[in-house]
Ligand binder design. Structure first.
Ligand code: ZN
Ligand code: ZN
Length: 411
């Protein structure tokens, strides 16, 4: 059972280890209305850590649905200048961002897909040059989850409300490494070290490509960019502030060469995309681009995701996650990428992380493209790792080195 003390520890963990709030730094929190109690705790510890101010962007799925139902396409396609200015002001002040997720998976399933697409496109276009602040880790950011009843009922539809909520809460706190009697910050320091050591070995091997196979039918080669860097554990801002952007995190991730993916990949978990859930899908790649695909559910949504812009049918991330990670061991499908991506190896369509290439953080878009990096306004992870997944690393001279056998690291 999740106790008040554990919520307290989680709030401290997010402030101290998640974003690592610095003296005099603005803290921006996005959160759902039903999490107000937890938000107060986070704000309290942020002020205690020296936050200049704490500002909350409140969300509510019912209000969002209303806005889409009654809003015309014209209204939805217009992102006001003040919204841009507000974010710019926060970033100029050196803010850090905490996102507290707890919404119901598929909350926007009934929303008109075209309207959703129009609004997303408008938002990403308007805010395009502000995206690099978090994508390039110029400032600290952290995504963390807390249980909600609406979410719990989707994950455990057969349980009573009370049981479902308790079970989801237990799972979330366990995979976030917070318990009644541990020191979560200590725990996270140790965990970060382990992820860093896996990344270090992958970097030493300096593979040209990886070959993934699984019983689901996946048989895919993912070529990496030259001078790539595997990253695991936390990140560091240009000012030297270490932070953990995802809680939980179990991945070591890298940058695929835009035109270097060949073969077929079968997703091993559903993909939640702007409130819709795409299920049982596969993608076929030729020279990096998705050339064919199918899905048993929400094929139309998958088509929209792939055709969002030029880069959204190419890969931007490849990530290795051991099958025996705590998220995977929980056996729970959270219907939320923050958790589910840490249960299995995944790929992301769209924008890459510039930290995955040497000198990438100071490269222009054109320079990144010249190094073979993909570019897109979106970044969408999907899971394909399985219990029987094998991965071979292939070096420049053709040497093949086993990386995963039966879902876990060999080294
Ligand atoms: Zn990832
Ligand atoms: Zn990702």
């Amino acid at each position: 059972m999740v106790t008040e003390k554990m919520y307290d520890k989680l709030a401290q963990l997010v402030v101290k280890k998640g974003v690592n709030v610095q003296k005099d730094q603005p803290v921006i929190i996005t959160a759902y209305l039903h999490d107000a109690d937890f938000v107060r705790k986070v704000a309290y510890y942020a002020y205690e850590a020296g936050a200049r101010y704490v500002s909350i962007d409140w969300r509510d799925s019912d209000l969002t649905k209303m806005a889409f139902k009654y809003g015309t396409k014209e209204v939805l396609s217009e992102i006001p200048q003040w919204q841009y200015d507000k974010t710019k002001y926060q970033q100029d002040g050196g803010a850090c961002y905490i996102h507290i997720t707890s919404d119901k998976p598929g909350a926007l399933a009934d929303v008109d897909g075209e309207k959703l697409n129009i609004a997303n496109m408008a938002y990403y276009t308007k805010m395009a040059d502000l995206m690099s602040y978090t994508m390039n880790n110029e400032g600290q950011w952290c995504v963390v989850g807390v249980p909600s009843l609406e979410w719990a009922k989707v994950v455990f539809p057969d349980l009573s409300d009370e049981e479902a909520f308790e079970k989801l809460g237990d799972a979330i706190f366990a995979v976030t490494r917070v318990s009644e009697d541990n020191d979560p910050i200590e725990e996270w320091n140790r965990h970060d070290e382990e992820l860093i050591s896996h990344s270090k070995k992958l970097n030493e091997y300096n593979f040209r490509k990886l070959h993934f196979t699984s019983g689901l039918g996946t048989d895919i080669y993912v070529e990496l960019v030259k001078d790539h860097i595997w990253v695991g554990g936390g990140c560091t801002t240009p000012k030297g502030v270490y932070f953990d952007p995802n809680m939980p995190t179990e991945e070591c991730f890298c940058m695929p060469l835009k035109t270097g993916t060949q073969g077929i990949v079968y997703a091993s978990k559903p993909l939640s995309y702007f409130g819709k859930v795409i299920e049982d899908f596969w993608l076929k790649f030729e020279d990096g681009k998705v050339v064919d695909f199918d899905a048993k559910k929400e094929k139309e949504t998958l088509a929209q995701l792939l055709s969002f812009d030029e880069g959204s049918s190419y890969l931007g991330e490849v990530a290795l996650v051991p099958y025996d990670s705590p998220v995977s061991k929980s056996g729970i499908l959270f219907f939320n990428t923050l958790y589910d991506e840490n249960a299995a190896c995944h790929l992301a369509l769209g924008r890459p992380y510039s930290e995955n290439i040497k000198g990438g953080n100071v490269m222009s878009k054109e320079e990144l493209a010249a190094h073979g990096a993909n570019d897109s306004m979106q970044h969408e992870d999907f899971m394909f790792g399985t219990e029987d997944m094998d991965i071979d690393g292939i070096q420049e001279d053709g040497t093949v080195i086993p990386v995963f056998r039966n879902g876990n690291f060999v080294f």
